[in-house]
Design a protein around this ligand. Structure first.
Ligand SMILES: NC(=O)c1ccc[n+]([C@@H]2O[C@H](COP(=O)([O-])OP(=O)(O)OC[C@H]3O[C@@H](n4cnc5c(N)ncnc54)[C@H](OP(=O)(O)O)[C@@H]3O)[C@@H](O)[C@H]2O)c1
Length: 313
């Protein structure tokens, strides 16, 4: 296995210890695509990732209403990189998708946008109608259209159910992708992280930078813009997290200027999770990937845990 890589669940797929999230790729309204960054920026994110050995990319049919899969597909088709990407996408179980065959149809549409015959990891985006969609995804796995099965936003009880349904079909559940960062630790405190480790299900941590807040660049005086983040990260919320940002800044000074993004990602890695981190340009992806080059000391992990816990209470 290449340096900085790990197995995806109990499968034979090898993925980098950092994944690249592509929610913002092609998403104008939520993320400012076309204004703050362009497809050329995203191509450079893709190329820089592969050049650095980061091979795992996460998208979804709903990101940018299909644009994210299309842009990722362009990157893949045009690239001359030596290593192949491991591409993960997701099925969204909309309530109007009634029959089991809807999953296969959605997968075929995703494959077309990506320009692939098969996707390495296919994930169910939300835990609804668990039995129906897990059996539908097992069908496309058996058909050879996907290499591994994942879920997303499943709590411990839902994860165990999904695991058992697949086990009955002799399929290993490879991953569960959930919200996890220094300031969103409910998927650790509710026992999900340890259950995933026990079952050999890779714990994929999304929004590991709290959508940019953990880089320290957004402050109560400079809150993030945009309809999604301006509501989620209001001034009062940012105010509450400043003590944690202070501790991160102190750790940065004591560690030769490692950036706050690298500290936030390194903390996720220290818990045995794989951060799936978004990047809009080459500067951000280089910064994020550099989190793989060093390791927080146990003492600093404990300081961060303490600062995060104090803030929650
Ligand atoms: N399964 C699910 O339900 C679900 C939900 C959410 C996300 N996800 C996945 O997780 C991925 C990552 O989550 P996310 O995009 O919500 O949040 P994130 O990774 O915590 O934050 C990404 C954002 O932070 C900023 N940023 C990234 N690196 C930076 C750096 N080094 N320095 C400064 N700013 C930096 C960028 O936005 P600005 O430059 O605009 O600040 C970037 O778009 C998504 O792309 C998606 O693949 C999955």
């Amino acid at each position: 296995m290449a340096n900085g890589h790990t197995k995806l669940g109990d499968t034979n797929l090898s993925i980098s210890k950092i994944g690249v999230g592509t929610w913002a790729w092609g998403s104008r309204i939520l993320w400012g695509y076309g204004r703050d960054y362009t497809e050329a920026d995203l191509v450079s994110v893709y190329e820089e990732s592969l050049k650095s050995g980061v091979n795992f990319f996460d998208t979804a049919e709903i990101y940018g209403m299909g644009n994210s899969e299309e842009i990722l597909g362009h990157c893949f088709q045009k690239s001359r990189a030596d290593i192949s990407p491991v591409i993960a996408t997701k099925f969204f179980p909309f309530p109007w998708r009634l029959g089991k065959n809807a999953l296969r149809q959605a997968l075929v549409a995703s494959l077309k946008r990506l320009g692939l015959n098969r996707v390495e990891l296919y994930q169910i985006h939300q835990p609804v109608n668990i039995n129906k969609w897990l059996n539908a995804i097992a069908d496309v796995y058996e058909e050879g259209l996907i290499n591994a099965v994942g879920v997303s936003n499943y709590n411990p009880e839902q994860l165990k159910r999904a695991f058992d349904i697949l086990e009955n079909r002799r399929i290993k559940l490879a991953s569960n992708q959930v919200h996890y960062s220094l300031i969103h630790r409910q998927n650790e405190t509710n026992g999900l992280l340890s259950l995933c480790q026990e079952l050999k299900v890779t714990f994929l941590a999304y929004s590991p930078l709290a959508q940019g807040v953990l880089t320290g660049k957004y402050t109560p005086q400079n809150p993030p813009r945009g309809i999604l983040r301006s509501r989620r990260y209001r001034r009062a919320v940012l105010e509450r997290w400043q003590p944690l940002i202070k501790v991160m800044t102190k750790i940065s000074e004591e560690n030769a200027g490692k950036t706050l993004a690298q500290i936030a990602l390194n903390w996720v890695l220290s818990k045995g999770a794989i951060p799936v981190v978004g990047a809009k340009n080459i500067t951000q992806i280089k910064d994020n990937i550099a989190a793989l080059d060093w390791q927080l000391s146990d003492k600093d992990v404990a300081r961060l845990d303490k600062a995060a816990n104090t803030m929650e209470n």
